[in-house]
Design a protein around this ligand. Sequence first.
Ligand SMILES: Nc1nc2c(ncn2[C@@H]2O[C@H](COP(=O)(O)OP(=O)(O)O)[C@@H](O)[C@H]2O)c(=O)[nH]1
Ligand SMILES: [Mg+2]
Ligand SMILES: [Zn+2]
Length: 373
Amino acid sequence: MPKGSMCPYCFKIIWKNNVVFRKKDGEKVTDEYIKAYEKNKGNEDFSRNDYKYVDPAFFPEHEKKYSDSNLLLSIRDKTGNELDDRLCPYCHSEFHTGFGERETFPFSVIGNTNAGKTTYLSAISKQVKNSIFLNLIHVGGEKTIERYGEVLDKTEFKDLSDNSKSTVAFLGPYIYDAITNIPVTKKTPKKKDATLVFYDLPGESFKNPEDISKNASYISHSSGWIFLIDPTMDHKNAVSVFDSIYNSFIASGNRHKTNIALVINKGDLLTDIGNDEYFTAMQQRTYFEKEPLDLQLVKKNSDEIRRVIVNKSGDLRALEANVSKFFGEKNFSWFITSCFNQDGFKPINCEEPFYWLLSKIGLYPSVDGPTKT
Ligand SMILES: Nc1nc2c(ncn2[C@@H]2O[C@H](COP(=O)(O)OP(=O)(O)O)[C@@H](O)[C@H]2O)c(=O)[nH]1
Ligand SMILES: [Mg+2]
Ligand SMILES: [Zn+2]
């Protein structure tokens, strides 16, 4: 772990074993670190009492337990309690088991309420299970994605397609260990496992400068952005969400060196476009269950979405122009996805934008053109 791991809550880089521990008994008091963290997030009225914390620096080595890879797992206190709740030294949020073993890669899913963010994350989680290259294991943070996926699995299509019930906004984090199985190539020279953290960021949190400043750290730390667009809604919303983010970053002199997937979700509702015989971008692609992502196909589909959808909307064209300015021409791509088909929760191509973002950071295999079989 040469670079340290990023705290999924406050984004500080934590050097291995630079953690503190929560006591298991004694007095319960206000934890000023958590209070400061909550206040920073805009939660002014936060109040909760917790057991005190202790710094392992004051404990003798023989009271400490390490993993095989030398991760400090727990310490034993004077009364014989094994303290194994490891906290971030900066914000005192509790780390998941194994935090510190892998590098952390945050991903922001941005879109208006009702754009389908929670459904979409559940869809990715479901589709990734078929991949031979990647396995995601939920290790901490919110559990909504998995739980909601189970609910969707049991829901009839007629209820799924009631397109008006938004899930309550949980910002996350949703924390997953990503176990990769990537063939060694020049681009991916060695096996790299990682911790992926998803944040579910409603567009409404980017409306005014105060909200933007509260939420900016999520997106500025992200290794990839997934920008979800509900094609049945007015695109002016999507444009204004991106513009608010864009303006706040430009104003602070930041440019973003990462990638953004522009995802037109709820593709099943675009029935008029689905009838266009040339529109192949919406067709289900299952090759990525066993083959690397084909970057030429991604490009071809992106161009087709631009031709069939984006170019017909002044708002989407404006969005693309700003995205291109902010991220650079090569660092964005259009995708079209659908979380449902007529049979129910049967996601179509939801994993594609995600794999594309992962391939940009060496966590998913890609090839330039179709692989010969
Ligand atoms: N038809 C259709 N509806 C969808 C799709 N994805 C999500 N929805 C519906 O859109 C609504 C909002 O989804 P949700 O995930 O809660 O949106 P969020 O507010 O952005 O988290 C729900 O009623 C979903 O069932 C999709 O691909 N197709
Ligand atoms: Mg939601
Ligand atoms: Zn922290």
